[in-house]
Design a protein. Structure first.
Length: 91
C-alpha cells in the first residue's frame, strides 16, 4: 500500500516546479521546426536557418491547400442535402 503522507512530503510544491521571474533563462520562444530558441518578437516564429524557413513555407502551403479542399468537399456535401430541398421547394 502507498503511504500518501510520505509521497506528499517527497513531492515538490507546484510553485517550485515553475521557474521564477528572476531566473537566469531569458524570455524566449522556440522555432516551430527545429525547436531552437528564437526571439519573442520573431514573426514567423522560426530561426534564421534556411531549411527551417523552407519547411515552414512548405507546411503553410500544404495547410492552405488542405483548407481549400476541405471547404470544397464541405460545400459539395452540403449541396447534396440542400440541393434536393431547394428543387422540391421550387418544383
Amino acid at each position: 500500500m502507498v503511504d500518501a503522507r510520505a509521497a506528499k512530503a517527497r513531492a515538490k510544491p507546484a510553485n517550485q516546479s515553475m521557474p521564477r521571474a528572476g531566473s537566469s533563462i531569458p524570455p524566449h520562444a522556440h522555432c516551430r521546426i527545429c525547436q531552437c530558441p528564437v526571439d519573442l518578437k520573431a514573426d514567423p516564429r522560426v530561426c534564421k536557418d534556411t531549411t527551417c524557413i523552407e519547411e515552414l513555407d512548405r507546411r503553410e502551403t500544404s495547410e492552405r491547400r488542405m483548407r481549400t479542399w476541405m471547404l470544397i468537399f464541405f460545400g459539395l456535401f452540403a449541396l447534396t442535402f440542400v440541393g434536393p430541398l431547394l428543387l422540391r421547394a421550387v418544383g
